[in-house]
Design a binder for this molecule. Sequence first.
Ligand code: ZN
Length: 250
Amino acid sequence: MNTSETESTALAGKSALVVGVGGLGCPAALVLALAGVERLVLADDDLVDETNLHRQILFAEADIGQDKLEAAKRALVQRGAIESRIELCRSRFLPCNALELARSVDVVVEGADNFPTKFLVADACGIERTPVVHGAAIRWTSTCWSVSPTGTPCYRCLFEDLPSGGPAPNCDTAGVMGPVVGFAGALMADLALRVLSGEPDFGQIHTFDGLRDRHRRVPVRRRASCPLCGENRSIFDIQESRYTAPSCAA
Ligand SMILES: [Zn+2]
């Protein structure tokens, strides 16, 4: 049995959801699809944008203006993925579908480009006890880590709540280097495959500094006062108002 057969056997019957088919989601989806994940769900509602082509590796110039999901599926199949295993969810990860989406898969790969979605994914996975891999990249730096089905330590242990004072910088406003995103997306897929094959790396945050070629892995500490996984937990359901950043004018 060769390496890919071993990988496919370990992934038999396993499913993954990729939230956001962008710079992180494209490489992550490619790895997961070709590794043999039996059900790969892609969630996004955006169109392919010319300015993102340098980091969204599933898309080409001919895809500009087209539906991201269809273009991604086409690219994955062209590269050898099995078409019937790819499921398209033409929606963002929203309060109204968050719990259903989180409970429908074995692992969620969160490559969203905004904090409200990141917190929503974290909360839904925490409530449903679904392992989740979080990823983020900006300029020359990326971070990735996975949260166990016990739900702790979680995203809210690191980032208590949505940042106040308006939208935080993201790839569109602050820029990001393509190789840094590619590295992070591949690492997210690696962490997800480790979850699915029973060899997880939960609770260790990986940071990559592309300017200094430095990769670090450090443990995330559980925060006792965390509202999602702490001793006096207060988040047990999805309330839409929780995912609106407070305004600096307030
Ligand atoms: Zn927590």
